[in-house]
Write a protein that binds this ligand. Structure first.
Ligand SMILES: Nc1ncnc2c1ncn2[C@@H]1O[C@H](COP(=O)(O)OP(=O)(O)OP(=O)(O)O)[C@@H](O)[C@H]1O
Ligand SMILES: [Mg+2]
Length: 318
């Protein structure tokens, strides 16, 4: 396989939300939702960002698509700096980068027909007649395995899995290069999860899209991601290839997320339970080994060509 080029690079991204309090509603502190993350997604690849609730995953996604403002840092897309809004139009960024939201019911306007929901990016970015728009919406519904007639219905008339697929169709509508998929299947039951993920994989293969895949569950994203970043408290604790993360995890937080994946293998269930307990013990008792005195994640250090881990300076770790 040839080496693919860098599609998007995020440099030292910080998103800090002010906390206001008191009679004068002054800023008294900040939520460091995202606190200095760096990563690159290559063309056609899938990048996973995994972490528990509140770690800052959605904030990264929303900042990349422009729904939140970066406090600090840069977004480089296709070689151009698109951190500032005015540069995005020039480089077709708003057409090329789309997002699938965490909650399909509230992200699809309940008063609009599916036709208008999916057609929105087409009408925004393409010079199509209404007949062409309709034909394109039919084609997109087809791609995600829904009937053409679905375009005349409203979001509440669909199941959660079908709504998520409508979200996929809308994200694909403008022929994007990158789709940010924020927990696209976490609200769905297991069989439907697999179905939606399979559609997403197929679309990726057919259309050559890159994904930034957000999840709290390392089990779900195993088949979806070439590279992964594990996020905790606004920072990355570990970055690596799929093999690095699943087979050679280094940070206790990564090990904890891996241990949380439900075991189907009945024979090793007791063993797994014991391992999980041991990881949990290490995580709660040895916080100062893995986090600094303020509970912050250490800076990342490179341990192989593809693998970075947040470790204290000296080298007394492990
Ligand atoms: N608009 C906002 N104002 C203030 N704080 C915010 C805002 N949006 C998010 N936060 C805070 O930033 C942190 C990160 O939130 P974010 O939604 O990115 O987490 P997440 O990793 O996506 O979590 P989840 O898995 O639950 O979706 C949280 O502590 C959250 O409370
Ligand atoms: Mg989120």
């Amino acid at each position: 396989m040839s080496e693919s080029k860098d599609l998007i690079t995020i440099k030292d991204l910080c998103v800090h939300y002010p906390i206001r309090s008191g009679f004068f509603n002054r800023i008294t502190d900040y939520v460091y939702a995202v606190d200095g993350v760096n990563f690159t997604i290559k063309a056609g690849q899938s990048y996973g960002i995994i972490g528990e609730s509140g770690s800052g995953k959605s904030t990264i996604g929303k900042t990349i698509v422009g729904l939140e403002k970066a406090t600090h840092g840069q977004i480089i897309y296709d070689g151009y700096d698109v951190t500032k809004r005015k540069n995005r139009k020039k480089h077709k960024y708003n057409k090329d980068v789309q997002m699938i939201f965490q909650d399909s019911l509230s992200s699809l306007n309940p008063r609009k027909k599916i036709l208008d929901i999916i057609a929105e990016p087409i009408r925004n970015f393409e010079d199509f007649t209404e007949d062409q728009v309709k034909a394109r919406v039919a084609e997109l519904l087809n791609i995600v395995g829904l009937e053409e007639e679905a375009m005349y219905k409203f979001p509440h008339q669909f199941s959660g899995g079908q709504r998520q697929r409508i979200g996929v169709a809308r994200a694909v509508a403008s022929n994007p290069k990158l789709i940010i998929a924020d927990e696209p299947v976490s609200a769905l039951d297991l069989s439907v999860q697999a179905q939606v993920l399979n559609y997403m994989k197929k679309i990726q293969k057919d259309l050559g899209i890159s994904y930034m895949f957000i999840s709290h569950d390392l089990g779900v994203v195993y088949h979806m991601c070439d590279n992964l970043a594990i996020m905790h408290r606004g920072k990355f604790v570990e970055i690596g290839s799929r093999d690095d993360i699943y087979n050679h995890p280094q940070h206790i937080y990564t090990k904890r997320l891996l241990a949380a994946i439900p075991q189907v293998d009945v024979e090793h269930r007791d063993e797994h339970r014991a391992y999980r307990k041991q990881v949990e013990k290490e995580f709660t008792e040895n916080q100062d080994k893995w986090y600094d005195k303020d509970g912050k994640v250490y800076d990342l250090r490179q341990i192989s060509e593809t693998h970075w881990v947040a470790l204290p300076d000296a080298g007394e770790e492990k």
